[in-house]
Design a protein around this ligand. Structure first.
Ligand SMILES: *Cc1c(COP(=O)(O)O)cnc(C)c1O
Length: 393
């Protein structure tokens, strides 16, 4: 059976009524027949049938044994870190999502969990950073915003040889494009806020574990800490997943064309998109990803914040906003938005220049998106005249 068919038909028909759409069980508790005698549900923090459908669905989609749904992507990340104890160490991708960096450094370091950040695009750096205290390797691939790719299979073999857990934040790729558990990861986390839900209408997080034993530990943490996903939001994520394959395919096709368009523009300096043969990690990206995704970043030959600000403020279809993965295109200026809290020098080391612009390419017609960008890139004659030397240099 083809994956898309398998996914659609693994969402169960409601046994009670035959409803083809998963019912939303909006309840806090369940009436018991006798003390302790129930139908498998006692309290809705512990279990909810709507949430359970989503949890089983994401486990199937990622090829894991169990899945758990959380109130946000960060709550999902938080649940994984709670597997550790004081004295343990994490080796993490240096381009890590800012919220995960904040969680690690400002919450968990004070509880005695330390984190080493390394450039994981070279697996040897991971091996070199290992110590007897390392208990978890944390990858994001592709990363935000310059879409660096790490070799999950090679890093998984390092993790396995040293009895260390490997967790992959699969938010940017989505399981339609990349399956970290098949590549050897023990855990996958998602900000389901992005591609899985896909419509910019909720905040949600997911954890999938390779083994049942690890899943039971996550389940314990989910119930003990309580950051569960609500039934209605669970239903929306299920609904989103039904079209995930179609959406990611189209997001990627649109993004490839836009990346190629941007590469041909004189005023553009670097275009970061793993589907371009010029991308630093294009080879491993081609092996690991079925689709290259909908996120593109690029910067300008005139590395000027004012110029970049004018561009991001003057698109019509690309809406100026943080986040990604929705059906409508978004544009943002990381240096002033998502990456503002990072010191300028450190930002520049990871390619986040003042003029770096990030696109989340949506599902509009790609020719409309390209003309939108063309207009925004070339309609600032006043600015360009004032900086004529730089433009003609
Ligand atoms: C957005 C995001 C998160 C955080 O998810 P929330 O749902 O916003 O809590 C984590 N990782 C990545 C890669 C993200 O893009």
């Amino acid at each position: 059976m083809n994956e898309q068919t398998k996914i659609l038909h693994s969402i169960p028909v409601d046994e009670l009524t035959g409803a083809i759409s998963t019912p939303i069980y909006q309840t806090s508790t369940y009436v018991q027949e006798a003390p302790g005698l129930n139908k498998g549900y006692d309290y809705a923090r512990s279990n909810n049938p709507t949430r359970k459908v989503l949890e089983d669905l994401i486990a199937k989609l990622e090829g894991g044994s169990s899945g758990y749904a959380f109130a946000s992507g960060l709550a999902a990340i938080d649940a994984v870190v709670k597997l550790l104890k004081s004295g343990d160490e994490i080796i993490a991708v240096d381009d890590i999502y800012g919220g995960a960096f904040r969680l690690f450094t400002q919450i968990y370091e004070k509880f005695g969990i330390s984190v080493k950040y390394v450039d994981t695009t070279n697996a040897a750096n991971v091996a070199a950073a290992l110590s007897s205290k390392t208990k978890l390797i944390w990858l994001e691939t592709p990363t935000n915003p310059t879409l660096k790719i790490s070799d999950v299979k090679t890093i998984a073999s390092i993790a396995q040889a040293n009895n260390i857990l490997l967790c992959v934040d699969n938010t940017f790729a989505s399981p339609a494009a990349q399956k970290p558990i098949e590549l050897g990861a023990d855990l996958v986390v998602h900000s389901a806020t992005k591609y899985l839900a896909g419509h910019s209408d909720l905040i949600a997080g997911l954890v999938v574990s390779k083994t049942k034993e690890l899943g039971e530990k996550i389940k314990f943490i989910q119930n003990a800490s309580g950051a569960i996903l609500a039934p209605f939001d669970s239903w929306l994520v299920i609904r989103g997943i039904e079209t995930l394959g179609l959406r990611v395919k189209q997001h990627s096709e649109n993004a490839q064309k836009i990346a190629e368009f941007l590469q041909g523009q004189d005023i553009v300096k670097n275009v970061y998109y793993p589907g371009l043969s010029t991308h630093k990690n294009h080879k491993i990206a081609s092996q690991q990803l079925k689709y290259f995704g909908g996120v593109i970043s690029f910067d300008l030959k005139v590395d000027d914040k004012e110029f970049a600000t004018q561009i991001v403020s003057n698109t019509r279809f690309f809406k100026l906003a943080e986040s990604l993965g929705g059906v409508k295109s978004l544009i943002c200026l990381p240096s002033e938005m998502t990456h503002k809290s990072i010191p300028r020098e450190k930002r520049y080391q990871s390619g986040v220049t003042d003029s770096l612009i990030r696109l989340s390419v949506g599902l509009e017609d790609v020719s409309d998106l390209i003309s939108d960008l063309k207009t925004a890139l070339y309609s600032f004659n006043e600015f360009q005249i004032a900086h004529r030397n730089a433009f003609t240099a």
